[in-house]
Design a protein around this ligand. Structure first.
Ligand SMILES: *[C@@H]1O[C@H](CO)[C@@H](O)[C@H](O)[C@H]1NC(C)=O
Ligand SMILES: *[C@@H]1O[C@H](CO)[C@@H](O)[C@H](O)[C@H]1NC(C)=O
Ligand SMILES: *[C@@H]1O[C@H](CO)[C@@H](O)[C@H](O)[C@H]1NC(C)=O
Length: 134
């Protein structure tokens, strides 16, 4: 009992002081290691070896990156992160409502933000694996 409590306290303080924590490389983490909550994430500055606040694109929140442990990714709230993707797949952020979509990036296996040409909305195609702009 005592041990569990102190372990929880330790975790809480680690999270609270994460921004002053030493880090290496270009790792990143969500604040308090919580998925799907924060519009900000902590990005390691590989020069100073400390975490710095960074911002997800508007409307997106931080998730641990399932494809690359020790790093984060931004995704839409409630999606659990965009997760892995393969090939040339894409999906609309809000079909018919905006031109925003997520395009699978071939080499990294992650979705990246993309937009239809100005004035066009995004629609998912018939097999739901690609999009078209109209
Ligand atoms: C740093 O970022 C690059 C490109 O985003 C990635 O390939 C590499 O694995 C990352 N390194 C670490 C330690 O996360
Ligand atoms: C993208 O995917 C195709 C088919 O999977 C592959 O042939 C091609 O080499 C990939 N391109 C890059 C840049 O990874
Ligand atoms: C939907 O888009 C994907 C990616 O461009 C493509 O591979 C697939 O054939 C398309 N499906 C249909 C039914 O057009």
């Amino acid at each position: 009992m005592v041990r569990i409590t102190s372990a929880l306290l330790t975790l809480a303080s680690v999270a609270a002081f994460a921004s002053a924590q030493q880090c290496s490389g270009n790792g990143s983490m969500c604040p308090n290691n919580q998925d799907g909550v924060s519009n900000t994430y902590l990005q390691c500055n590989s020069w100073s070896h400390t975490y710095q606040n960074a911002y997800c694109p508007t409307g997106q929140v931080c998730y641990a990156n399932p494809n690359s442990p020790g790093t984060t990714m931004c995704g839409l709230p409630g999606t659990g992160g965009s997760g892995k993707c393969t090939g040339n797949t894409a999906k609309c952020v809000s079909a018919g409502q905006s031109g925003a979509y997520q395009q699978c990036e071939n080499w990294s296996g992650q979705y990246v933000n993309a937009n239809c040409p100005a004035g066009l909305n995004c629609y998912n195609n018939a097999s739901n694996t690609g999009v078209y702009c109209q």
